[in-house]
Design a protein around this ligand. Sequence first.
Ligand code: H2B
Length: 121
Amino acid sequence: MTEVSTKEQLRTVKCVPCEGGVPKLTPEEAARQNQEVDGWKILSEPDRITKSWTVKNFVAGMEFFKHVTELAEAEGHHPDLHLVGYRNVTIDIWTHAIDGLSLNDFILAAKIDALPIEEKS
Ligand SMILES: C[C@H](O)[C@H](O)[C@H]1CNC2=NC(N)=NC(=O)C2=N1
């Protein structure tokens, strides 16, 4: 069983470049690891983690995405970004190279949660 990383540990490690060849986390491993991040849900088809926010306005959404972009490029691991209804933000993360969840996804989620965001008051 893969060791679970705490949120603090996730924020201190870097995503490992992934071109496949690493095993997917099992549903149990993913569920345990998901307990270490805040407010993310595990969905399937494709297996992914997802989180939604309501931001102050459209610009706040795009500002948040700008921070996410910088983070994703630094990590070499990229989320799916959705901004609908001008202020409803959803981010989905999974490891495309293995079509499943890996620790990279939870590293990115933990770091996204540390980014500035202007939520609707
Ligand atoms: C070499 C580099 O690590 C890979 O191309 C990365 C790029 N960003 C990625 N992002 C995500 N979400 N999944 C991947 O498999 C992936 N692969």
